[in-house]
Each structure stands twice: as C-alpha cells, then as structure tokens.
Design a protein around this ligand. Sequence first.
Ligand code: ADP
Ligand code: MG
Length: 140
Amino acid sequence: MAIERTFSIIKPDATARNLTGAVNAIIEKAGLKIVAQKRILMTRAQAETFYAVHKARPFFGELVDFMISGPVVVQVLEGEGAILKYRDVMGATDPSKAADGTIRKAHAKSIGENSVHGSDATETAAIEIAQFFAGNEIVG
Ligand code: ADP
Ligand code: MG
C-alpha cells in the first residue's frame, strides 16, 4: 500500500480536556507519523468552508459553533494507507458505536463533540491539508 497523507483535527472538546498528547499517543502507536501540527482558533469562515459539504444538514450550525468554541490542533498524518488507517483509529462518528481502542471510544463525549476529524478520501485529504498548511510546513 502507498504512503499517504491525511488531515486530522483534534477538536475543541479534546483540547479543553488537555487530551492532545493522549490522542497523539494513539495516533503514533498506530504507526502514523505527525508530519505537521499547529494549535489554532478557527474562524467561523474557516469552519464553514471546512464543513461546507454538511451545509444542508440540520447539525451544521451547531457543528460550526462547536468547532470555533475553543482551540483545535490541525495535523497532517503520514503513513501506509494513512487515510483509511486513521478512520479506523478514530472509530465511528457516534462514540457509542466506536470500537474498543479507538480515539472516539476512549475520549469522545457525543456524536457532535467527538474529539477528532479525519479525511475520508484522497481528494478531500488534499483539499483539507491545503486549507490549513503550506507545503513547507509539512516535513515528513
Ligand atoms: P466524521 O467526522 O466521522 O467523518 P461526518 O463527516 O458524518 O462524520 O460528520 C462531520 C461531523 O459533524 C462529525 O464528526 C460530528 O462532529 C458532526 N456530526 C455528525 N453527525 C451529527 C449529528 N447527528 N449531530 C450532531 N453532530 C453531528
Ligand atoms: Mg466526515
């Protein structure tokens, strides 16, 4: 399998509980390498652009409000099959359905406040990485 890069966000519910290191430990234990990382406060415009695909969903307003409610840690993760691997490491969107050992099973509070984001496909990974990182900020 090819070496890929995926985009990750440690969401405000996790940063609020000081879980950045705990999440990163799970990521690294799974064999994914954090090749870029920064802690930011997203603007409303950034969050709306990032989640534009969900604009018509009933939870969109709540999701944007949540994503700008506190600091997030945006990351680029690299590894073999990184996109699907990170989706596995994250666990299901709804933490009550997430498998043991996943980030969301261990840490998520609810289907909305679910601790992490990970890209779902090659194309979205590239778009999401480019929204937050310049090429020279990613060092593999
Ligand atoms: P994932 O983050 O697993 O890819 P989605 O892309 O379906 O999940 O949804 C994006 C984010 O929107 C979720 O991670 C979660 O924060 C929020 N969300 C999804 N479904 C709901 C819901 N039913 N109620 C509230 N928030 C939701
Ligand atoms: Mg998604």
